[in-house]
Design a binder for this molecule. Structure first.
Ligand code: DTR
Ligand code: ZN
Ligand code: ZN
Length: 344
């Protein structure tokens, strides 16, 4: 009898521990937070203003800090208002000094849609220490929030659309997205991801409109089959409105790397960092030749005064188009059919 009572007490205690940790049965480190909705913000620029206010309060949004936590709570609250349930996926980051800390990705997905054909869109929410990190990468984070809201309003989707706000892009090896892909691999779920689109810096003050280059021969990293079709979703869209675009080599630069290495088709948009704008680019996009596309890259001056709000809107509309189109498609492989037009 004493033994039975003892066993019951142990089971009850274990249950409490699991409940307190908020572990979900479908994956280690996955916790569904009970986040309340907030007053809904309905533009990417509106989100950017909120991220700036949080950076003013906390100093920055570096992974593992109060600024990152506050920004994540903002993302979760906005997603809750838009009707999404959110999940945090926790992981450990190892710094160059071999220290360790814990941080997390925020994940949300459409309730409906084919879960064997998931279209994934991601942006890193963390920033470098000592910077408000508004272009890099509150801009991509804000754009994704607005795209999620719009997609939610459109109702039914053919494919499931999943959004990720990565917790630690600014560390060696992009540990947030890398951890996510490794977990998928462990769970034999890699093949459920039809496409991954990445958005890192989309409101540069001296901007270009650049697409991740999916042409095999321009790339140092293997470009998964299907990536070119993803690129064409964007080129078709820009070409239809006469918007010029160029390509950028995206190898080893951001959270698409883990997906590409796992042979998942990847794509993305980019408006430039500290590379100088060429005269051809100045002719195509305006702005100043010979000046960095973002002179405040990774600096304290990467703030709300040093971004291009019109570029943010243009990029947000392009991402909305791609998400909507891919959500209705039967898969990334079918996504684009036309020729890609004038490639850079
Ligand atoms: N390294 C990224 C920014 C970055 C620079 N070039 C590219 C090209 C494609 C995507 C992202 C980037 C960072 O500092 O977050
Ligand atoms: Zn950066
Ligand atoms: Zn970045």
């Amino acid at each position: 009898m004493m033994l039975a009572i003892g066993a019951l007490v142990i089971i009850a205690l274990l249950t409490m521990v699991v409940l307190l940790a908020g572990e979900r049965p479908d994956g280690p480190g996955m916790r569904t937070d009970d986040v309340g909705p907030q007053a809904q913000v309905t533009s990417a620029y509106g989100h950017l203003k909120e991220f700036q206010a949080l950076a003013d309060e906390h100093g920055d949004r570096a992974a593992g800090t109060s600024g990152h936590e506050a920004a994540a709570e903002y993302v979760e609250g906005q997603l809750a208002s838009a009707g999404y349930e959110t999940t945090r996926q926790y992981f450990t980051v190892e710094t160059r000094d071999e220290e360790e800390f814990e941080t997390f990705n925020v994940i949300a997905e459409t309730e409906g849609g084919d879960e064997d054909n998931v279209i994934m869109l991601g942006a890193h929410l963390d920033g470098v220490p000592g910077s408000p990190a508004i272009n890099d990468n509150a801009s991509g984070s804000a754009a994704l929030l607005e795209v999620a809201r719009r997609l939610g309003q459109q109702g039914a989707v053919g494919n499931k659309v999943r959004f990720a706000w990565w917790g630690a892009e600014e560390y060696r090896g992009f540990p947030g997205s890398t951890h996510y892909v490794e977990e998928l691999d462990d769970d034999d779920e890699l093949e459920t991801i039809a496409a991954y689109l990445n958005f890192d810096m989309v409101a540069s003050p001296n901007a270009v409109v650049a697409l991740y280059d999916a042409r095999q021969d321009h790339s140092r990293l293997y470009v998964p089959e299907g990536s070119r079709e993803l690129m064409e979703v964007f080129t078709d869209y820009f070409d239809s409105s006469g918007q010029p675009w160029i390509t950028t080599s995206w190898n080893f630069e951001s959270d698409q790397v883990a997906f590409a290495e796992a042979d998942i088709p990847v794509g993305g948009l980019f408006s430039g960092s500290n590379e100088r704008k060429s005269s051809r680019e100045a002719r195509l996009f305006g702005g100043e030749a010979g000046v960095p596309r973002d002179p405040n890259y990774h600096q304290p001056g990467d703030d709300l005064d040093n971004i291009d709000p019109d570029m943010l809107d243009l990029m947000t509309d392009a991402i909305t188009h791609a998400a909507t189109r891919l959500a209705q498609d039967t898969g990334a492989q079918d996504a684009g059919t036309q020729d890609s037009g004038a490639l850079d």
